[in-house]
Write a protein that binds this ligand. Structure first.
Ligand code: NZQ
Ligand code: ZN
Length: 385
């Protein structure tokens, strides 16, 4: 097991009716920026619940944070916060709104060009404006982690950043919020969380036994509840297990003491930046081909995954191969299409574009052992057409 530090200061408040605690969670006397997305919170009653529970606070609203939030939009909120002397931000939404708020929080007191936070991938450890979240879409784990992904529209770059000051102070996670989600977004949530686990699990065999069992527990639970929760989002057992899986998949716990990959995400982000494909769907396109191209280094773990999650039998190579096919079948069952050509036309130069971009950024080797070289990236993306 590798050495590790486990730090997670987010106060996670989980369950039905937990919104009532909101007023006691926001520091007394705060002037709040209420940040939200395209307006779903007005249709499903979440806005009303928030406002009822924030009576007495001074609130400035900031809506319009788009999926895959734009730097350009977020900077407008930064200006408002500076002008209005706001001292707390409440994100009400999915991963995009929460990630957007993390960037806003980091940028408000940042000295220098805030775009550097993204382009230089700065670690934000201090000087952030405190924020909390009300999660409306289980998927990213952003409600309990310190990462964020923001798109610079002007350059079509989707870039990740984070740091210890980027943990939410609190997150209210009420599983009943998923009732109003379109099926497509629930499918996305399951596949995003599933892939988060695979990024931290499908590397090479190691001796962190408990971490493997944590990861496998989340995978098994998602296989069990994923297809059903899409059809029955009002079922509390399904909704609560789905939501908790998503948080646990990326709150840092399963990644402690083990190697992690993240190459599927790095390549997938490019497909969203270029073609606007939903984040989870880019993972369903890239993930299985990454496992095929990196088969020799990943087959030990693929075989363990195949045995323990899908009860597959055979030699190590056979089980590992079948495990990739079982993953694709699960993604299909979750309503994903797994080829780039299913989503867009004009994709023929995608591989060389991405390779050049990674080369410019100095990303010459991704993955757990930096073995996903630019050549491999090209193979993975071309295999995904
Ligand atoms: O904007 P509104 O009107 O709220 O509608 C949203 C949006 O259109 C809608 N929605 C959310 N909650 C709803 C709802 N509709 C009805 N009822 C509800 N209860 O869903 C749509 C998608 O929302 P979005 O926040 O974009 O989805 P998601 O949570 O999947 O977030 C995706 C973003 O998170 C990033 C992705 O790259 C992407 O930008 N990620 C963040 C990570 C992190 N911070 O750790 C890790 C992930 O790997 C991921 O990269
Ligand atoms: Zn993801």
């Amino acid at each position: 097991m590798l050495n590790f530090e486990l730090y997670n200061p987010t106060n996670l408040i989980f369950g039905k009716g937990q919104m009532e605690k909101l007023s006691s969670l926001v520091p007394a006397g705060s002037k709040i920026l209420l940040a939200y997305g395209g307006g779903s919170i007005f249709k499903n009653g979440i806005y009303d619940q928030v406002m009822t529970n924030l009576k007495g606070f001074e609130i400035v609203e900031f809506g319009g944070i788009e999926p895959n939030p734009h730097y350009e939009t977020l900077m407008k909120a930064v200006e408002i916060i500076r002008a209005e002397k706001i001292d707390f931000i409440l994100a009400v939404g999915g991963g995009s709104v929460i990630d957007g708020v993390k960037f806003i929080s980091a940028a408000v007191h940042f000295e220098g060009n805030p775009m550097d936070i993204l382009q230089k991938r700065l670690l934000i450890k201090e000087n952030a404006l405190p924020f909390g979240t009300v999660l409306t879409l289980p998927a990213t784990g952003s409600e309990m982690n310190s990462g964020s992904v923001v798109t610079i529209k002007a350059t079509e770059e989707k870039l990740a950043f984070g740091g210890s000051a980027m943990f939410p102070k609190f997150s209210i996670c009420d599983p009943t919020v998923i009732v109003s989600l379109p099926k497509r977004q629930i499918q996305n949530g399951v596949v995003d969380a599933y892939t988060h686990v695979l990024e931290q699990y499908l590397t090479y065999p190691h001796n962190a036994l408990l971490q493997d069992r944590f990861a496998e527990g989340i995978l098994q639970t998602l296989v069990e509840v994923g297809p059903e929760v899409v059809e029955n989002p009002a079922d509390y057992t399904l909704a609560s297990n789905f939501m908790w899986c998503c948080t646990m998949a990326l709150n840092g716990l399963i990644q402690k003491g083990v190697p992690s990959d993240w190459a599927t995400h790095m390549i997938g982000h490019e497909l969203t930046a270029l073609y606007g494909i939903d984040h989870a769907r880019t993972l369903a396109i890239i993930g299985p081909n990454l496992y095929r191209v990196m088969f020799e280094t990943k087959k030990g773990k693929l075989a363990q995954y195949g045995k323990r999650i899908f009860n597959l039998e055979g030699t190590e190579d056979e089980i590992a191969e079948k495990a990739i096919e079982a993953t694709v079948a699960f993604f299909h069952k979750m309503g994903m299409q797994t080829k780039l050509s299913d989503y867009t036309e004009g994709y023929e130069n995608t591989a060389s574009f991405i390779v050049n971009r990674f080369d410019d950024r100095g990303w010459k080797g991704l993955g757990e052992n930096q073995l996903v070289t630019l050549e491999k990236v090209k193979d993975i993306v071309e295999m995904s057409y």
